[in-house]
Design a protein around this ligand. Sequence first.
Ligand code: SF4
Length: 250
Amino acid sequence: MTQPERRVALEQIANEVRACTRCRLHQQRARAVPGEGNPNTEVVFVGEAPGFNEDREGRPFVGRAGALLVRLLGALGWRREDVFITNVVKCRPPENRDPAADEIAACAPFLQRQLAVLDPALVVTLGRFSMASFMPGVRISQAHGTMGPVDPATGAANALAFAMYHPAAALRATEIERASFEDMARVPDALIEARRRREPHPAPAPVEPPPLPASEPVPSQSASRGAAAADALIRTPAEADAPADQLTLF
Ligand code: SF4
């Protein structure tokens, strides 16, 4: 899928999110928050749910937690425009309560479709609800800073998940903030590993046929012998660093 095709597909999903009434969270939202970022990125950050500021602006991670996320990204030399940022549920739960299981299930197809369009190499989960969608059965206190393969049923066909605390949790505890910076420092290595796993495997070396008797004609060598591996386009953050007018903020 080309970048313009991704942009169109993401805008289509965003429009459906803004009109969605699939679960009770639509009743009290001011604005739905589909997500935003670079449609050509390799890295998707998935949080839990919009909060007060996000609900007012219709954009993810724009409050204090968002400011910390920007600082965490900045520690890598990345900007929020270099990645894609979204949430497990796209509408704010009242009083910032935890999203309910049926609300997460109702909203899951939107995240699934976003991931299918973006085809990220790395999904960075922010908080336990996001982590549970990609690394089920683990505790965030033990799993943060680690990674694991993503089930393609999530929409990310070939990705690794990397677990981090939610920035809101980091705002409440100094030790979690420190751990978050340490975890973020591991993200580039996780991306390199995710890219390595996505590289096409080279074709096995052809088996040399036994020599033929001199009286028989020698067949020409196959043009496919030693064929080069497919020319894969790796969408690096640097390549995703498109001019501002090419960035898509949904
Ligand atoms: Fe629809 Fe998701 Fe909002 Fe529920 S949270 S109303 S499923 S967009």
